[in-house]
Design a protein around this ligand. Sequence first.
Ligand code: GN1
Ligand code: MG
Length: 364
Amino acid sequence: MTDNILKQIVDRFATRGTVSEIKPLGEGLINDTLLVRTAEPDAPDYVLQRVNTNVFPDVDMLMNNIRAVTSHIRHKLEAEGATDIDRRVLTFIPLKSDPDKLYTTEGGDPWRLMVFIKDAITKQAVNPASSEAAGEAFGHFQAMLADIPVQLGETIKDFHNMEFRIEQLKEVMALDPAGRKAGVQPILDELLSYADEMTLAERLGREGKLPKRICHCDTKVNNMMFDEHDQVLCVIDLDTVMPNFIFSDYGDFLRTAANFTAEDDPDLSHVGFNMDIFKAFTRGYLRGTKAFLTDVERDNLPYAATLFPYMQAVRFMWDYLNGDKYWKCRYPEHNLDRVRNQLALFKSAYALKDEMARFVRDNA
Ligand code: GN1
Ligand code: MG
């Protein structure tokens, strides 16, 4: 895509300043993200993002959710008397032609623009101190959204529904479109042997023992911005904010932060569940969610810590068998390395469940 077309896209939005440079930003696996620099020192820089409509087919629903969430959080922060609000919640820019519209389809695909948060740090890994801050911040994020006055849409249907993810894997196994199944049969057998146990959340939900709350649903370490003092500024990447079991936000953070290595490290001797990160994050999360967490939710936090590496292994395997259509892959077996990594992380966490349960009990 040429700079000129990108500039035309940016020009649809009610921005300040003149664009001086547009360049790639970050490493998201789903949407394409660019940094838009402006020439004037007093004009903000922006983040331009193309929404992946294979993943998010209903862009109106998506942007309505995002508008509801960001304005609700902004009001909460104002009411709390928070300072530096522009760095603590994302600001999406409306179109010049329609102040109610937060995306353009100039050039064919949907694009949106938000203010680039200045002097913020994103991390691929955290230490115990920043982990505790993150736990409290995600708890606080859920608490702030507990009374959002609108019903949010499910931007990806059944996104963290473990029963659905198992069915999806079984479907692709039956079709085997890429002819890869025979080569990974032992891993499939191992994955599916945990299926009953790992679908506990859906059963508890059906029995009325587990509520759905507004969750972020992609609480990876790199979806959070920190300031120069290691304090969490804000949570980014709001596409998946939707009603879900709270396990989503708790479990997915630990999946990335408590792994001793990256989710695609092919060297499994590096993979393992870091209890120091678990303890720090859990302490922060229990503090941030004190006002609303139920006993069933709290007692199942160790299950949630195992659920997300498991779910991610199942999802990566689904994509591998399907011929790598969902996640960007840098080499042919990239998804399979991700599967092996997440399965190893799952087993490491699984072996620590009793220790986790003791910690949660003692710190509740
Ligand atoms: C995707 O876009 P990104 O990298 O934040 C995925 C997450 C996975 C993650 C694995 C909408 O997140 O659910 O955990 O990749 N998001 C979607 O790297 O599927
Ligand atoms: Mg991201």
